[in-house]
Structures are given as structure tokens and as C-alpha cells.
Design a protein around this ligand. Structure first.
Ligand SMILES: Cc1cc2nc3c(=O)[nH]c(=O)nc-3n(C[C@H](O)[C@H](O)[C@H](O)COP(=O)(O)OP(=O)(O)OC[C@H]3O[C@@H](n4cnc5c(N)ncnc54)[C@H](O)[C@@H]3O)c2cc1C
Length: 326
């Protein structure tokens, strides 16, 4: 498959990147590693006339325990001794992203801003034409999953964001109107098309991690068929701040069951002061499962993905409880 032509811009700094994006409203994309954007372009999925390459922007490469530049690659996270010591859940999660080749190319910013995925969208143009197109492709006027005329349910499939959400991370966005910091839990929208709060001309420059994140026990479990390459078909991230086995702050975030990662704060916030015993863990697992309703847009059944939400929540919390006692 050949790429359709576009004009490639190669700015050397954030301000220049933002100015270029602002000059081409409605017709511009940023590109970092290109592992998501270029396959989509090759499939003629929402192709733009201007592409702003971020690779030459040096200010976005920080790698510390409290700040990760958007251009840090997934491989750099996976192999970082600093992160392995300070926030081991990040290298462990990075190792679960796709394959070594894609981890070398793919960046943290691209992973967070990943386009949502759907069985009816991530197909060749020929395949999609046979179906008449869908809402997300902006070709049809019907969602082929729900058969409704509004509301795209394409699934968020980045592995890093749910983990970063449970660590309390924020993202820094820089655009022509200035810069702002947004809690990652508030970054995503429940819409497979208009998928996050980043404006088209804003660059995600950094991920900011609170200093107390290193005191948390944290884990991520990912449902997939093959142990390599596969996007998550569901995932559960959890992090626990505990003293002597008693919960100070517990967070759970379910991934890849809808257009955004789903924080489960309404389930976990009331648990402050409790001890994570097996019956309590089971109750939390059931309450988390009750709040998810995957749709039929990946090849595993919705029933299986929903049931596995409880199984993975139980496993993550059992792991965290054991570490929280230590
Ligand atoms: C076969 C295959 C398997 C994969 N498996 C997984 C998997 O298991 N888990 C997983 O999480 N991902 C997976 N991916 C997706 C992808 O490889 C990774 O998520 C990668 O980290 C994306 O980063 P990138 O730099 O290549 O993004 P790009 O393709 O460059 O960009 C992705 C999107 O983010 C936007 N963007 C990129 N950087 C910025 C920025 N700094 N500011 C604003 N917008 C930005 C782009 O405009 C684009 O919309 C897979 C991809 C493929 C092709």
C-alpha cells in the first residue's frame, strides 16, 4: 500500500511545531515514531495534507522519575535502569507493548495519543468500501458496531496510559494559546472520534509523574491472544499506597473496553482505611466488572472480555495487597 502525498514539516523546536500546526487548521497531524499514524495513512484512514514530524524536537526527551518527554521511546522506558528502580511498573508495561521493532520506533506521546481502534475501521480501503464505511472513517453515517447514527465506540488500545493514570500522572500540552497541564485521567473523551482534549494544534510535550508515585505498589495485566505484537483486548492497571497493609489510596483503571481508559475511582475511593482481604478483593473485582460493557469491535467476545475484567482485577489487587503488606 502506498502513502498518499503529504507535505512533511520538520521543526527543530516546540514553538515552531505548534506554529506550523496552527497554520493548517483541519489538515494537519503530528508524527513521532509513526507506528500508528503511517499504517492508518496507508489504509487511507483520515489522511491529512500536512504532517509535522516531532523527531527533531530536542526539548521532549527528558527521562526522569517525575518527567518523561513525549519523544522517549517505549524501548527506552522498557530498558531504563532508572525507571526499573523508581517505577518498575513502567518498564514492565512497556515490555508488553507490541514488538521490539515497534518499541524502538514508538514513543510515549504517540502511545498516549494513539488513535482508537475498531474491527470496522482498521481494515483496508477495499474491505471498508464493501461495508459502505463508518462514522469514524467519516465515510458512512452509521456506526457498524452499534448500528446507530451517532457515537463512535472505537476502543482505546494504548498500554501506557491506564498505568500512568493509576500513578496520578498529568500531561503537558503546548499550543498557540499557551501551555496547560491536564490530569491524564481527564485527558481522554468517551468518543472514538474526538478522542481526547488535545486541540489539533497542541503538542503533548511531557508526562509529569507525582513524586509519591514511587511509593506505590503498581501492576498492569493485559489480555491478548499472542504474547507479542497484539494490542490489548482488555487490561487492568492498579496502584496501591498502603501502610501496614491498610489502604491509604487504591486506584484501578480498566483499559481497552471503550473509547477511553476507565478509572474506577468510585469503586476504590471508599476503600481508604480498609485491609485488602480476599473477600474485599472479590467484591471490588465484581464491582469493577459491573461497570464495564465492552462492545463487539475486537475479535474476542464481549462476555469473555467482561468476565476477564473481574479475573484481572482480582489478580492485580492480590498482587498489590501482597506487596502492600511488605
Ligand atoms: C502491529 C502493531 C502492534 C501494536 N501493538 C501495540 C500494543 O500492544 N500496545 C500499544 O500500546 N500500542 C501498540 N501499537 C501502537 C503503536 O506502535 C504504539 O502505541 C506506539 O507507542 C505509538 O507511538 P508512535 O510514536 O509511533 O506514534 P505515531 O504513530 O507517531 O502517532 C500516533 C498518534 O499520536 C499523535 N501524536 C504522536 N506524538 C504526539 C505528540 N507528542 N503530541 C501530540 N500528538 C502526538 C499522532 O498525530 C497520531 O495521531 C501497535 C502498533 C502496530 C502497528
Amino acid at each position: 500500500m502506498e502513502l498518499e502525498p503529504f507535505e512533511l514539516h520538520q521543526p527543530a523546536g516546540i514553538a515552531e511545531a505548534v506554529a506550523i500546526a496552527a497554520a493548517h487548521p483541519g489538515d494537519v497531524d503530528f508524527i513521532a515514531g509513526g507506528t500508528d499514524l503511517l499504517p492508518n495513512y496507508k489504509c487511507r484512514l483520515n489522511h491529512k495534507g500536512h504532517v509535522v514530524a516531532l523527531r527533531g524536537v530536542r526539548e521532549m526527551r527528558a527521562l526522569t522519575a517525575t518527567r518523561l518527554g513525549a519523544l522517549v521511546t517505549i524501548a527506552e522506558i522498557a530498558e531504563s535502569d532508572l525507571l526499573l528502580a523508581a517505577l518498575p511498573v513502567l518498564p514492565e508495561t512497556a515490555m508488553q507493548v507490541s514488538s521490539p521493532l515497534l518499541r524502538n520506533m514508538g514513543t510515549l506521546g504517540g502511545n498516549i495519543c494513539l488513535d482508537t481502534r475498531c474491527y470496522y475501521f482498521n481494515q483496508s480501503e477495499f474491505w471498508r468500501d464493501a461495508k459502505g464505511g463508518c462514522l469514524k472513517e467519516r465515510a458512512g453515517d452509521l456506526c457498524l458496531v452499534t448500528m446507530k447514527r451517532a457515537g463512535c465506540v472505537a476502543t482505546y488500545s494504548g498500554d501506557m496510559a491506564p498505568v500512568l493514570i493509576t500513578l496520578g500522572a498529568s500531561v503537558r500540552l503546548v499550543g498557540p494559546r499557551g501551555e496547560r497541564t491536564v490530569l491524564l485521567a481527564d485527558f481522554f473523551r468517551d468518543d472514538g472520534i474526538d478522542r481526547n482534549v488535545r486541540a489539533e494544534d497542541e503538542v503533548l510535550t511531557d508526562v509529569l509523574i507525582p513524586p509519591d508515585a514511587g511509593r506505590r505498589a503498581a501492576a498492569y495485566r493485559k489480555l491478548r491472544v499472542r504474547d507479542s505484537i497484539d494490542f490489548p483486548l482488555m487490561g487492568v492497571a492498579g496502584s496501591l499506597l498502603a501502610a501496614g497493609g491498610v489502604v491509604d489510596d487504591l486506584r484501578v483503571c480498566v483499559n481497552a473496553v471503550g473509547p477511553r481508559p476507565l478509572p474506577m475511582d468510585e469503586v476504590t475511593a471508599p476503600l481508604r482505611g480498609e485491609t485488602l482481604t480476599p473477600p474485599l478483593i472479590e467484591r471490588v473485582a465484581q464491582e469493577v466488572m459491573a461497570r464495564v460493557s465492552p462492545v463487539r469491535n475486537v475479535f474476542l467476545s464481549t462476555t469473555y472480555r467482561r468476565k476477564m475484567t473481574a479475573v484481572f482485577t482480582r489478580r492485580v489487587l492480590t498482587d498489590l495487597a501482597a506487596r502492600g503488606r511488605g
